[in-house]
Design a binder for this molecule. Structure first.
Ligand code: SF4
Length: 262
C-alpha cells in the first residue's frame, strides 16, 4: 500500500498533533530570530543553534542593529556551538548591515514585498541558498513556499508517496513545484491558508525525522527518539507513544526493505 502526500500529512498530523509554537523564540523580534536560526542551522543540529542564539542574547546582541555593528571575532566566539561559525559570523554581519541600510533593520519590512522579489533579494545576500531563503520567507514572512530540506528528501525517498518522483535526486525547484502541485488538490479549511499548511507540514516532517525516520537507523517500530529541545511544549504527548512510526502502513522502505517488519 502506498499513499499520497496528503495522506502522509494526515497521518503525521494525527500522530503528532498541530505543531503549535514549533519554532522556539527567545527574544522580542521573532522574524529576525527565524532568519538567524535559518542561517545557523545549516549543517548543524537545532540544539546547537539554540545554544548559540542564547549566547548572542546573553551578550545583548540579539538584534540586526547589534550584529551589524559587531566585530567578526567576538560574534564568531558566541556562535562557536554551530558549524562554520566564523563564516556564519561574517555572513550575518554583512546581512545585518544590508538589512539596516535598506530596510531599517526590519526583517518583516524586507519580506513584505511580493514573494519573488523578496526571494530574489534574499538570494543575493551571503549564506542564503534556496532552502534558507524559503524557510525565512515561509516562517518569518508568511509566503506560501514549501521548504525542501534534507529531511524532506530522506523521508519521501523512503515512503515514496504517489505519484513517483526521484526524491533524492531532483533539483530543489522541481521537487518544490511537484509537492505544491500535489497538495493543491487538498480542500483547505477556511481557517487555514497555504503558508500555514506548508509550515505545519515542514514542522511535522522534521519531527518525524527527528523521532522516527532517523538517517542511520530508522525507528520504524518505535519508540520515538527523545532528543531534548529547550522548548518541549506539546511534545510530551507523543514522546511516550509506543505504537511506532505513523507512516509504516504506506512506507515503501518498511514494506520492501532493507528493513524487515517484525
Ligand atoms: S516506517 Fe521506518 S523508514 Fe518508513 S517513514 Fe517510518 S521510520 Fe521511516
Amino acid at each position: 500500500m502506498s499513499g499520497t502526500l496528503a495522506e502522509v500529512y494526515a497521518r503525521l498530523h494525527s500522530h503528532f498533533g498541530q505543531p503549535h509554537d514549533w519554532w522556539p523564540i527567545f527574544g522580542d523580534d521573532a522574524a529576525f530570530e527565524m532568519l538567524l536560526g535559518a542561517v545557523l542551522v545549516q549543517r548543524t543540529r537545532w540544539e546547537a543553534v539554540e545554544q548559540a542564539i542564547l549566547r548572542v542574547q546573553a551578550h545583548g546582541w540579539l538584534s540586526p542593529h547589534a550584529i551589524a555593528h559587531a566585530a567578526p571575532e567576538p560574534l564568531a566566539e558566541l556562535l562557536r556551538p554551530v558549524a562554520y561559525y566564523r563564516q556564519k559570523a561574517d555572513g550575518l554581519i554583512q546581512f545585518c548591515r544590508y538589512l539596516c541600510i535598506h530596510h531599517n533593520g526590519d526583517v518583516r519590512r524586507m519580506l513584505a514585498q511580493p514573494t519573488l522579489a523578496a526571494r530574489a533579494e534574499l538570494l543575493r545576500l551571503p549564506r542564503i541558498g534556496n532552502e534558507t531563503a524559503d524557510v525565512i520567507l515561509l516562517y518569518a514572512g508568511g509566503h506560501a513556499l514549501f521548504v525542501v530540506d534534507a529531511y524532506t528528501r530522506q523521508l519521501f525517498a523512503r515512503v515514496q508517496p504517489e505519484p513517483p518522483l526521484a526524491w533524492e535526486q531532483v533539483r530543489y525547484a522541481v521537487m518544490q513545484a511537484h509537492i505544491q502541485q500535489q497538495l493543491d488538490h487538498l480542500d483547505l479549511p477556511d481557517s487555514q491558508d497555504w503558508a500555514t499548511l506548508y509550515a505545519d507540514f515542514h514542522a511535522l516532517i522534521n519531527e518525524q525525522c527527528v523521532r522516527y525516520c532517523l538517517t542511520r537507523k530508522p525507528r520504524c517500530d518505535g519508540p520515538p527518539a527523545r532528543r531534548v529541545y529547550s522548548v518541549q511544549v506539546g511534545r510530551e504527548a507523543y514522546l511516550t507513544r509506543e505504537d511506532g512510526c505513523p507512516l509504516r502502513a504506506i512506507c515503501a522502505y518498511y514494506q520492501h526493505g532493507p528493513h524487515e517488519p517484525s
